[in-house]
Design a protein around this ligand. Structure first.
Ligand code: DWN
Length: 407
């Protein structure tokens, strides 16, 4: 029986996806025989409500100097992080000694604006290749993992932080108790900690199971974050929702003041919304598996049918997410000719597990395929706008959440 990484209570299994490769480890040889795999299983803790992976891959296997994902590959994300930076700058207006710490700053997509504003800051980024880009962007970076020990080091060197934040990083850290303990230690008395990650409410409602992969260890809700914060003398006081990355929630946390257990109106609204679909009980996750299986089999079927009719299909965006989608649905290089991607480090490699060739964007333009599987579905608006000529000329995108369709 597996136990919760936060409170040690017995977990209840939600889905076991079977053997999976590391989502961001693109292979150079499609004939590779010793690809690293682990069992991807997601489970629910009925005590603290956290949805989590049962088995975790060693962090250094995932985050190292060959990390393949660069945040600054989408104009939508550039805009999102500029707005986030503006919010941080505004929050610091009244602070005597503003100091911003970002966990997992990647290539500096957000912190570069804080640096430009002349605010003291530190990006904590263990993946050296992306950290180096952030440094080139004028960002102050420590190439380390964030935990209670590094938080202590940062406080000794820079003082307390008025803002600690992390986007798409908190859910990546297995020892999350250590992160919250570190935050509690590093945060100034009037400071805030906020983080944003894929929202389990969206994942369950949209059936977007591709969010489940090695890097995403936790699938947060206000229910689980409230609990987690309270374990560390902190309180959740606000939640905001963003459409980026397929639907994310941003959780705002501060030091708990006084003994009262009252919750703010916005947090209560969010808890009620989550309880309305039973995310506080295993029952809330029962239909999820059936919905995931339906999307997977429908996706494979449409691709098999298109192939039988003589059509070629390519993919758009070699996302980390698609590693789970393609592998679980059984979609490989016999059904997808190639995937186009704009990230130089992925080009001319092959997708983990399914070994579909990754080609530069120009290959998509030159081949002008009849059908394109929109793997980077979370950037749909940006991509459909960019590819309006393709669609006007008869090109069709295959989408799959909440159900498989062609548009
Ligand atoms: O949490 C995480 C999220 C935030 O980012 C990480 N664990 C890893 C990563 O996940 P992902 O790889 O699923 O993220 P994206 O943003 O969905 O990846 C998009 C991919 O598509 C990139 O490889 C870039 C590519 N792309 C493209 O080729 N053309 C993206 C756009 C917008 C495009 O127009």
């Amino acid at each position: 029986m597996s136990t919760c990484k936060i409170c040690n209570h017995n977990l209840e299994s939600v889905i076991n996806f079977g053997e999976m490769p590391i989502s961001n480890r693109y292979v150079t040889d499609p004939g590779i025989s010793d690809e690293y795999t682990y069992v991807l299983e997601v489970a629910f803790c009925p005590s603290c409500y956290m949805v989590q992976l049962v088995n975790c891959v060693e962090p250094t296997e995932m985050f190292n100097d060959e990390y393949a994902f660069y945040s600054s590959t989408s104009s939508g994300m550039e805009k999102h992080f500029k707005e986030q930076a503006d919010e941080i700058i505004h929050f610091n207006d009244d602070m005597e000694r503003p100091f911003v710490v970002e966990l997992g700053c990647n290539d500096g997509i957000m912190l570069k604006h804080i640096a430009t504003a002349g605010i003291s800051h530190l990006g904590v980024e263990p993946s050296a290749n992306v950290a180096d880009i952030a440094i080139t962007n004028g960002v102050n970076v420590a190439k380390i993992f964030f935990n209670v020990e590094s938080a202590d080091q940062i406080k000794k060197e820079y003082g307390a932080a008025t803002v600690i934040c992390g986007s798409n990083v908190t859910c990546h850290i297995e020892d999350i108790n250590s992160v919250f303990e570190g935050v509690s230690h590093l945060l100034s008395d009037d400071g805030i900690f906020f983080f944003e990650d894929p929202y389990i409410y969206d994942i369950v409602s949209k059936h977007s199971f591709d969010q489940i992969y090695d890097e995403h260890i936790y699938y947060f809700s206000a229910l689980s974050v409230k609990n987690l914060a309270e374990r560390h003398g902190l309180e959740l006081y606000d939640v905001k929702f963003h459409e980026v990355h397929g639907g994310e929630a941003r959780y705002y946390i501060r030091r708990k003041s006084g003994e009262s257990n009252d919750v703010t109106v916005s947090v209560q609204k969010c808890l009620d919304k989550e309880k309305s679909i039973n995310l506080h009980k295993i029952e809330g996750y029962k239909e999820f598996k059936d919905n995931v299986d339906k999307v997977s089999s429908d996706l494979k079927q449409i691709l098999v049918d298109l192939k039988a009719q003589g059509h070629e299909v390519v993919g758009y965006g070699a996302t980390s997410k698609s590693t789970t989608l393609l592998k679980y649905a059984g979609v490989d290089n016999s059904l997808i000719k190639f995937i186009s991607d704009t990230t130089p480090t992925k080009i001319n490699k092959f997708t983990p597990g399914t070994h579909i060739p990754i080609k530069p964007y120009e290959a998509f333009i030159n081949e002008c395929p009849e059908y394109t599987l929109l793997l980077a579905w979370n950037h749909k608006n940006e991509i459909l706008e960019k590819e309006s000529n393709y669609r006007n000329n008869g090109g069709k995108f295959i989408t799959f959440f909440p159900e498989v369709g062609v548009e």
